[in-house]
Design a protein around this ligand. Structure first.
Ligand code: AQP
Length: 335
């Protein structure tokens, strides 16, 4: 039997709910890939510490994230689902990655530049700077071939590839060089109120974010208030019609039809009708997901059991890689 290629990806528990961008850019592909690949998916709670969450909120959001992932279609029988901090090898390999990364190289990461600029140097934690090295460790520990992520993570995947190549040539051939699995369409979903900025959990205003766990009425209102343009034509044109193009991307991704078919379907219709139709598709799609996630959260023991099994399976792979890494770089093993 041919062995399956390995897939690894993670998502931060930084909010009570995932948003539409997280789903279309990443989790939708996670669900598909669990059928064809040896898939490892984690809720990256250590990464979330860079946003200095309240302890109770972090605990609650971590379990809520697991419930949402299962409700969105991850099947713990098909994939390995775990919490990043349950596998200490992530931190251990991250340090090795930090010692392999140039300061200038890390300083070029645009996500760090954007986020640190927003909060100012004094309020930016060092963990935000070293975040991409922890992410490299997340991926390389599992010898992942593919990493399904949104477009915003492309630079971090490139860094991971560079670090793996550097390690392999400097020490010993240890790591699989991973590839980003980034869709051409849907890899970047934009804020409904500012369709030139990505939909982001940490946006200043929530009015342009579609949270999957929000009540349908809330999301219908947000979809209907989406910013468009002063023209009348429903046509994909990201440069001149960013809002309409974003809505077409969402509609096409959730209905499974090409953007051109959606353009034809709405030819001659008004923006109001179009927005109402997209809203209906969005709420119909996520209504059962929300219900399922809420139901799963009523039984935390069951979720914790899934996570225990996941951590055991993940640890077995991660510890083997870490031992190979330590051996290659000359860390003395304990007698
Ligand atoms: N707008 C988006 N469009 C497509 N994909 C997106 N992703 C995030 N936003 C979009 C993808 O979702 C996955 C998980 O993201 P994350 O939780 O690790 O954090 P993030 O990328 O930092 O997400 P946010 O919402 O932007 O959070 P904040 O505001 O905290 O930074 C990733 O694969 C990401 O590409």
């Amino acid at each position: 039997m041919a062995t399956k290629e390995r897939v690894l990806s993670g998502i931060q528990p930084t909010h009570e709910s995932f948003h539409l961008g997280n789903y279309l850019g990443a989790v939708k592909q996670w669900v598909e890939l669990q059928d064809t690949h040896d898939a490892f998916y984690c809720v990256v709670d250590l990464h979330a510490l860079t946003a200095s969450p309240e302890p109770q909120a972090l605990r609650r959001r971590t379990l809520a994230s697991v419930a949402q992932l299962i409700a969105l279609g991850l099947d713990p029988e098909k994939c390995t689902l775990f919490i990043q901090s349950h596998v200490p090898a992530h931190n251990q390999l991250a340090w090795v990655m930090e010692c392999l990364t140039g300061f200038g190289e890390a300083s070029r990461m645009t996500q760090f530049k954007d986020k640190s600029q927003k909060s100012g140097a004094d309020r930016t934690v060092v963990g935000l700077f070293t975040y991409p090295m922890l992410m490299a460790a997340d991926i390389l520990l599992y010898q992942a071939h593919q990493v399904p992520v949104g477009e915003d993570q492309r630079q971090h995947i490139e860094l991971t590839r560079d670090l793996a190549t550097r390690f392999n040539s400097q020490y010993k051939d240890t790591f699989t060089i991973p590839n980003g699995y980034i869709l051409k369409a849907g890899a970047k979903i934009y804020d409904l109120q500012d369709p030139t900025s990505k939909m982001s959990k940490s946006a200043e205003s929530q009015s342009g974010i579609i949270d999957l766990m929000d009540a349908p009425e809330v999301n219908i209102k947000k979809m209907k208030s989406a910013v468009t343009d002063t023209e009348r034509e429903i046509k994909f044109d990201e440069k001149n019609k960013a809002g309409i193009s974003n809505l077409l991307t969402i509609y096409s991704a959730l209905t499974g039809q090409p953007v051109s078919a959606a353009e034809n379907e709405f030819a001659g219709k008004g923006y109001g009708d179009f927005k109402a139709a997209v809203a209906e598709v969005v709420v119909d799609y996520f209504r059962p997901v929300r219900e399922k996630a809420l139901e799963l959260l009523t039984d935390p023991t069951h979720l914790n059991q899934i996570l225990k099994t996941g951590a055991e399976k993940a640890s077995a792979v991660a510890e083997k890689t870490l031992a190979d890494v330590y051996d290659a770089i000359g860390i003395t093993s304990r007698a």
